[in-house]
Write a protein that binds this ligand. Sequence first.
Ligand code: 3SL
Length: 233
Amino acid sequence: MKTIDVCLSPDLMHLYDVQDRTVVVVDILRATSCMVTAFANGVDSITPFSNLEACKSMKTKGYITSGERDGKKVVGFDKGNSPFEYTGEDIRGKKIAFTTTNGTQAIEKATGARKIIIGSFLNLSSVAKYLLFGQNSVLIICAGWKGKVNLEDTLFAGAIMEKLKNHVEADCDAPLAAQHLYNLAKNDMVKFLSNSSHVKRLNRLNIEKDIAYCLTPDKYQIVPTLVQGVLVA
Ligand code: 3SL
């Protein structure tokens, strides 16, 4: 039987071996939700960067530069990190260079995995189906916040665990803990998360509408995949 594990923070990645696994990187608020939204709206590719200057330099190569630091759009970039910036015609067929505080760093930590895909509630069932029909065991990497654990990423891991529970075996207690949390939260995730650290952070930036959007399940049926350092749909 395939197994599933959950890395609750990128700082715990030294405990995990990814080479035989399909890795799902998740940053519900908001990096991976933005990426899924961008692909659903016709973007050609997204190149993730952990380094801000490297990302910025892609502007000269014709890329849209996107991302944030501490939740705020980077000065001089074309776009920030709200999913609503990735719903317009202006991104159709374009290449995006993307850097965020935690999400794109987590993608880098997945280097060496057999497959790397992008998860969010927006494409939850499509990701679950991809993992179910794939041959590899699974590791979900929760992006968290600067090494600390985030509830919303953990809930996504629990939702995947809940969907796959009859088909995968948990490697340790993290997937089981995530599943229990998700079952507590699933009927009203917005309310469940109202006291969470990242929701409070985003509320301080006046971007409450992003939160409800990023917690909407199954809006899109796509699974962004990393191919030679570039995300494609
Ligand atoms: O850290 C990240 O990758 C971001 O998604 C954080 S924020 O939602 O823009 O604050």
